[in-house]
Design a protein around this ligand. Structure first.
Ligand code: SF4
Ligand code: SF4
Length: 247
């Protein structure tokens, strides 16, 4: 497939399924046959993934991207041979001072859950077009990735402010918001992928969703306390108009 179709989740999944190395091939920068120039995107993603791997304790040499034209079969053979040699020297994951395979699965699952958050937070850099492949070496820094992952936000619905308008639950891409008509909504923190969509979706006049960084998220309201009793319900409106009609 085109390298522009590459997603972080593909790379993470390959390692989660036991690959000892992942090689990505793409067209040379500036030589894309389409207007998308997805090879820049692939270079950015690979650069980001390498730093994330460094952060979690996976040798970044296990991921390699190389760009070449369709006519450079010899180059393809050389770079893939070299990559195979590198992986053989490194051995199976967990050797050479790396994270243990049992812990790697947990770490990769956590990063995979944060892919939407990472993509949003690093959108500008992930869509950048650097002039030369060498420029990608330091496109992301380890400090930057450590900060990014330590600043992961959680989202919380304030039960005092929620008006059960249901806008947030309709906008959540992973159905992490539980609620319904006349029910105060809550966020299932285990399902939430930290995309922040709900924060922007909640009407500003309600402002019921808070972004929490570096602190605990309050526990969700118990089910039995989530029902909102409307003062403007149909029955009440009828009563009001009757009352007003009375002499
Ligand atoms: S941040 Fe909000 S919209 Fe995004 S996944 Fe979490 S609950 Fe859903
Ligand atoms: S959009 Fe805001 S007010 Fe509406 S249900 Fe969600 S949290 Fe509550």
């Amino acid at each position: 497939m085109c390298s522009g179709r590459l997603d972080m989740a593909h790379i993470l999944r390959a390692f989660a399924k036991g690959a000892d190395g992942v090689f990505i091939g793409g067209c040379r920068l500036g030589e894309c046959n389409y207007i998308t120039h997805g090879n820049y995107h692939a270079m950015n993603l690979a650069s980001l993934c390498k730093k994330i791997f460094e952060h979690i304790g996976l040798n970044p040499q296990r991921l390699q991207i190389a760009l070449m034209s369709g006519g450079e079969g010899n180059l393809f053979a050389t770079v893939t041979d070299d990559f195979c040699k590198t992986i053989k020297e490194l051995g199976p994951i967990g050797q050479a001072g790396e994270i243990a395979p049992t812990q790697l699965g947990v770490a990769l699952a956590e990063v995979t859950r944060l892919v939407p958050y990472i993509k949003i937070a690093k959108h500008a850099k992930l869509t950048a077009r650097l002039g030369d492949t060498a420029d990608y070496e330091d496109h992301f820094s380890l400090e930057e990735i450590e900060r990014l992952l330590s600043e992961v936000a959680s989202y919380y619905i304030d039960p005092e402010k929620c008006k059960a308008c249901m806008i947030c639950s309709k906008s959540c891409p992973v159905e992490a918001i539980e609620g319904g008509k006349n029910l105060i909504h809550i966020i299932d923190q285990d399902k939430c992928i930290k995309c922040g969509t709900c924060l922007n979706a909640c009407p500003s006049r309600f402002g019921a969703i808070a972004k929490i960084v570096g602190g605990p998220v309050p526990p969700p309201l118990p089910v039995e306390k989530r029902t909102i009793l409307r003062s403007d319900s149909k029955a009440n409106k009828k009563n009001t108009s009757t009352e007003r009609a009375l002499p």
